[in-house]
Design a protein around this ligand. Structure first.
Ligand code: BEZ
Length: 210
């Protein structure tokens, strides 16, 4: 099943390291980062899950709940949790879904047979409070993801949901943004104050506070 931006993230029930969940109920109107890893007790995955645990305050600040998945069974996830805490310096503080029958992984198209076996690749879904998929990323098994980038995208999505702006190439929070094409320069000046028109379609303004 292909999941596209703007689709409702499919609901599911699953066993996790925090007990059984029903995904939409568990999200309960929050943002979520739903990401797959190929296998427990593997080095890249251990660093990724450790980093996610260490970023808890950053996720909380943005109203985001992380949740991971692999096709390994629950007992394996529970045994591996200690290593994640050792490596990342923070105890596991978010659920890992056990998906041994691959039901959820297949629904989210996380298994790419051309990548070697029937474990999940490194998929990421950023899902908004209304359960809409807002970003998808797919990384190969041998390449760890950049969780600073995941936070940066969440910041950009939350900003552009609130005000009529877009974020430019390599944008970082606090930097200038682009006035949305739907708003006239006159209206943009009234709304944002400072507007620099480089081209009729490229107008900069300092990042609005909200
Ligand atoms: C890892 O997490 O290190 C890994 C897992 C599967 C394939 C390659 C690397």
């Amino acid at each position: 099943m292909t999941i596209r931006l703007g689709d409702v993230a499919p609901d599911f029930t699953a066993e996790t390291t925090d007990g059984p969940i029903s995904f939409h109920d568990w999200k309960a109107g929050s943002w979520a980062v739903f990401f797959s890893h190929p296998a427990d007790f593997t080095p890249v995955c251990t660093t990724e899950l450790g980093r996610t645990a260490a970023l808890q305050a950053e996720f909380d600040r943005r109203g985001v709940k992380p949740i991971a998945i692999s096709v390994d069974p629950l007992e394996s996830h529970q045994q591996w949790a200690g290593d994640i805490g050792d490596v990342g310096g923070t105890d596991l503080n978010f659920p890992i879904i056990a998906d041994p029958d691959k039901a959820v992984s297949l629904t989210y198209d996380m298994i790419h047979p051309g990548e070697g076996d029937t474990s999940t690749v490194r998929s990421v879904f950023i899902i908004d409070p209304s359960n809409k998929v807002r970003l998808t990323l797919t990384y190969p098994k041998s390449v760890g993801r950049n969780f600073d980038e995941i936070l940066r995208v969440i910041d950009a999505l939350q900003l552009t949901d609130l005000v009529p702006v877009s974020t430019p190439v390599d944008w970082e929070p606090g930097e200038r943004v682009i006035v949305a094409p739907t708003i006239s320069t006159e209206d943009a000046k009234a709304k944002f104050g400072e507007v620099e028109e480089v081209k009729p379609y490229l107008r900069w303004t300092p990042q609005p506070t909200a």
